[in-house]
Design a protein around this ligand. Structure first.
Ligand code: LMR
Length: 403
C-alpha cells in the first residue's frame, strides 16, 4: 500500500543536526539549528530552569491531570505580560486572548488556523512574509490555507534592511492581508528595523489595514534586555492595533524540547477576547487536545518567582553577551585572514544568527570539506560557536571564499 510513497527531503534546518550527528569527523561543528551552546560546545540548561524543575517535583500538589485546552492559565498571564509589558493597556482592559501552544511553531500554526477561519470574509487569505524568513513560516501559513507572498527585507548588497523595498511591497498589499513581522532578531538575517522604521511600519500597517502577526522567538536574546526586545510589539499594541503574537520560550529559557509557547490575540474589547479564546480552543482541541504541562509549569515559575526571574534574566544577559563576544571573535579571525569583502555585518547583525551571504556551493563545501554544518542559505548560528572553534570557522570561510 505504501510503495508509492516518495522519499521526502530532509528539513533544511533540523536536517542539519541529523547530518552533523552522522558525521564521524572529530572537527565537526553544528552551526545549523538556533540552539545555544556553552563555550565548551555543550547544550545549556539554565540554573533558573533547574531550580524551578526541582520545586515542581517537590510540590505535593503536583499531578499529571490534563491541562485545560487553553493550557496553564498562570503561564498564559505571565507570557503575555512579558511581551506586552506590565503597563499594557490591552492587558489592563482584559482584551487579550492567550492560549498556551507548542512553542513558536505551534503558536504560529494555531494562530494561522484561527485567522484563516475567523478573519472577516472580505479579507483576503494572504500572508506577507519577509524575504528571506524562517523556512517553516511558509509551510505553516500554507497548511492553514493562506496564499503566501513575500515582501522585500534583506538587501544583499549592504547586508542590511531593504526598508524601501519592504515598505513598497507592504503598501501594495491588498487591505486585510496578514503581515508576518519578526519581533526582534530577525531569523535568518539578524537584521532588524530601527525604532524610527518600526514607527513608520506601524503607520503603514494602519494605513494599509494589514493584520500584524508578530513572531517573537528571541525576546531577551537580541539585546539581553527583555523589555528592549519587546519594543516593536509594545509599540503596535499601545497604538491600539489589533494584532496576533506567537511567543516561544525555546531560546530565551532554553526550553527547546519542552515546547513551551503562547499565542495571544489582542482585540478591541474584553467581550471579543472571550469569544476569540473560545474559538482558539476549537482550533486546538482536534489538533492535540491540550498542551503539555511541564515546560509551561517551569516557565511560569521562572517568570513568576522574583528570585528565579532575576536569576533567569542574569543568565539571559550572559547568553546574549557570549553570542555578542563570538561576533567579535569571528570578525577578528576573519580580518586576520584578509578575506576579501566587508565582514563588519558580523558585528552589526543581531541575535543568534549571522547571515553570511555565502553561496549554496560555498556552504556545501563548508559541510563536505570542513565538516561545518550550517543551513545552505548561508546562515550560521553564532550561539553554536566558541572562542576555540571560531578560528577554525574563519579558516574554512577563507578557503571557500578563495575557491
Ligand atoms: C532555527 O531557526 O534554527 C530554530 O528556530 C529552530 C527551528 O525550529 O527551526
Amino acid at each position: 500500500m505504501w510503495e508509492q510513497v516518495q522519499q521526502a527531503p530532509p528539513d533544511p534546518i533540523i536536517g542539519v543536526t541529523d547530518g552533523w550527528r552522522a558525521d564521524p569527523d572529530p572537527r565537526k561543528l553544528n552551526l545549523g539549528v538556533g540552539a545555544y551552546r556553552t563555550e565548551e560546545g555543550k547544550p545549556y540548561v539554565l540554573k533558573a530552569v533547574r531550580e524551578a524543575e526541582q520545586q515542581i517535583l517537590a510540590d505535593p500538589a503536583m499531578n499529571k491531570e490534563y491541562l485545560p485546552i487553553s493550557g496553564n492559565a498562570e503561564f498564559n498571564r505571565l507570557a503575555r505580560t512579558l511581551a506586552l509589558g506590565p503597563n499594557s493597556p490591552a492587558i489592563r482592559e482584559a482584551r487579550v486572548a492567550t492560549v498556551q501552544a507548542l512553542s513558536g511553531t505551534g503558536s504560529l500554526r494555531v494562530g494561522a488556523e484561527f485567522l484563516s477561519t475567523h478573519l472577516p470574509a472580505s479579507f483576503p487569505r494572504i500572508v506577507y512574509l519577509p524575504n528571506p524568513t524562517w523556512g517553516n513560516h511558509k509551510s505553516i501559513f500554507g497548511k492553514a490555507g493562506f496564499q503566501v507572498r513575500e515582501y522585500r527585507y534583506f538587501d544583499a548588497a549592504t547586508r542590511g534592511l531593504d526598508f524601501g523595498g519592504m515598505t513598497a511591497d507592504l503598501t501594495a498589499a491588498p487591505p486585510g492581508s496578514v503581515v508576518l513581522l519578526h519581533a526582534c532578531a530577525h531569523n535568518p538575517t539578524g537584521v532588524d528595523p530601527s525604532r524610527e522604521q518600526w514607527r513608520q511600519l506601524l503607520e503603514l500597517t494602519r494605513r494599509t489595514r494589514l493584520v500584524p502577526f508578530f513572531d517573537s522567538a528571541y525576546q531577551g536574546f537580541a539585546s539581553g534586555d527583555l523589555d528592549a526586545d519587546a519594543a516593536a510589539v509594545r509599540l503596535f499594541a499601545e497604538a491600539g492595533l489589533e494584532l496576533v503574537l506567537a511567543q516561544s520560550f525555546a531560546k530565551n529559557m532554553g526550553l527547546y524540547g519542552e515546547r513551551a509557547g503562547a499565542l495571544s490575540v489582542v482585540t478591541k474589547s474584553r467581550e471579543v477576547a472571550t469569544r476569540v479564546e473560545s474559538q482558539l480552543k476549537l482550533v486546538i482541541r482536534p489538533m492535540y487536545s491540550n498542551p503539555p504541562m511541564h515546560g509551561a509549569a517551569i516557565a511560569a515559575r521562572v517568570m513568576g518567582d522574583p528570585k528565579l526571574n532575576a536569576m533567569w534574566q542574569e543568565e539571559l544577559r550572559g547568553m546574549a553577551k557570549r553570542i555578542k563576544a563570538m561576533r567579535q571573535v569571528l570578525y577578528d579571525q576573519l580580518r586576520a585572514r584578509n578575506i576579501p569583502g566587508d565582514w563588519s555585518f558580523v558585528l552589526k547583525q543581531i541575535g543568534m544568527f549571522s547571515f553570511t551571504g555565502l553561496s549554496r556551493s560555498q556552504c556545501e563545501m563548508l559541510v563536505k570539506k570542513w565538516h561545518i554544518h550550517l543551513t545552505l542559505d548561508g546562515r550560521i548560528s553564532m550561539a553554536g560557536l566558541s572562542a576555540a572553534t571560531a578560528p577554525y570557522l574563519a579558516e574554512a570561510i577563507a578557503d571557500v571564499v578563495a575557491n
